[in-house]
Structures are given as structure tokens and as C-alpha cells.
Design a protein. Structure first.
Length: 72
């Protein structure tokens, strides 16, 4: 299993976890005394959710090329 395959499988986990952290941060940001903490958590949740795409964008994990079909 390559790192690209592992990243594809864990992408859903990162998206769901990031979404939950982001929603929790936005809920916390509604209170005036916790606004900075809530916004920080919302940004962290977005970064967690976007981590698989950012890792590919920065070139840390390269996709595996698909083999061409052999000639008949």
C-alpha cells in the first residue's frame, strides 16, 4: 500500500473530523468571551479537513501513475 492509497482512505476521516472541529469552533465563537478560541478552532477544523488536498498540493505525496493497458 502506497502513501497515496493511505491518504485516499484516510481522506474521509480527515474530512469528518475537520467538519466536527469546525462546527464546534463556530458554535463556541458565538459566545463573546470565547470568540477568539472558537474562531481558532474553526480555522483548525478547516485545515484538518483540507489536509489531504493540501498534502497533495504541496507535493509531499505524489499520486501513483496508472499503468497503460498492454498492447493486444
Amino acid at each position: 500500500m502506497t502513501t497515496y492509497d493511505l491518504l485516499q482512505m484516510l481522506g474521509y476521516v480527515f474530512n469528518i473530523l475537520g467538519l466536527l472541529v469546525c462546527i464546534g469552533g463556530l458554535t463556541l465563537a458565538r459566545r463573546p468571551d470565547r470568540r477568539l478560541l472558537g474562531r481558532s478552532l474553526a480555522v483548525l477544523g478547516f485545515v484538518i479537513a483540507a489536509a489531504p488536498v493540501l498534502v497533495q498540493l504541496l507535493g509531499l505525496v505524489e499520486p501513483v501513475p496508472v499503468n497503460a493497458l498492454p498492447p493486444r
